[in-house]
Design a protein around this ligand. Structure first.
Ligand code: SAM
Length: 228
């Protein structure tokens, strides 16, 4: 009898280990599948960044994520997929998908100006909506077709768990997004800042470096992760 109690006790003690291992395994399989699709989407989010963004969500289990600058969804897709896996939380996808906002701050002879001028942003927007439908991500993603600044009042102070700043990269809009959204992020919340190697993003980068902690282990030359 003693032996049976001992075996029962042992099984009860180690079963959470099995279930948490199985959960991690399930998460890793899911993540690999998401990252394979992610490569096919329009946008600039590298696979390394997409993986880090997903890992952060898995760890933090956020209620509210916000992305400023969505384009075809290459960074919203891994974000919304991670929320779908957790079956909780939502991401606000904020982008005007309108040429005039993309040209703001660039001189007409700047290659960025030339590039944004020839892109059909409405087509990119429709492709993004199709992607959300196709992967059944609508319940985890709220699309707001406007600028970061115009969407600001949608959010209470200290309400955002994870913010991703990746809108217009010229100096004023990038700094404005960082400064105006900073109070909206929870104390202890996270902020991704993309393209920190662009000279025009340096004011936004300096602002965040002075007001939040840079997480070295998850930052690269191309993007930084900050903790408020
Ligand atoms: C660099 S792309 C975003 C890339 C996307 N996050 C990715 O990883 O593929 C920049 C996007 O910012 C949007 N944008 C331009 N001005 C904006 C603004 N003031 N507020 C929000 N988004 C803006 C553009 O329409 C464009 O889709």
């Amino acid at each position: 009898m003693k032996k049976i109690f001992f075996l029962y006790g042992l099984l009860a003690a180690i079963s959470p280990l099995f279930s948490s291992n199985a959960q991690i395994h399930e998460w890793q399989n899911y993540q690999n599948k998401v990252l394979r699709h992610q490569k096919t989407l329009e946008g600039w989010c590298s696979i390394t960044k997409a993986k880090s963004m997903m890992d952060l969500i898995y760890e933090v289990q956020p209620t509210l994520c916000v992305e400023i600058g969505v384009f075809g969804g290459s960074s919203i897709y891994p974000t919304a997929c991670a929320l779908k896996f957790l079956q909780k939380g939502e991401v606000y996808a904020i982008d005007p998908w309108e040429t005039s906002f993309c040209l703001e701050g660039y001189a007409p002879d700047d290659p960025n100006y030339v590039w944004w001028k020839q892109i059909d942003l409405n087509e990119i927007y429709l492709g993004f909506l199709n992607m959300l439908d196709y992967f059944q991500l609508n319940s985890y993603c709220t699309v707001v077709r406007t600028t970061g600044l115009q969407a600001l009042d949608l959010f209470q102070d200290e309400s955002i768990d994870i913010l991703h700043i990746d809108g217009n990269h010229t100096e004023n809009p990038a700094l404005t997004d960082a400064k105006r959204y900073f109070p909206k992020v929870k104390q202890g919340g996270y902020i991704w800042l993309d393209d920190v190697n662009w000279s025009t993003v340096s004011s936004a980068k300096e602002f965040l470096l002075s007001n939040a902690e840079k997480i070295e282990s998850l930052s690269t030359d191309e993007y930084f992760l900050f903790r408020k």
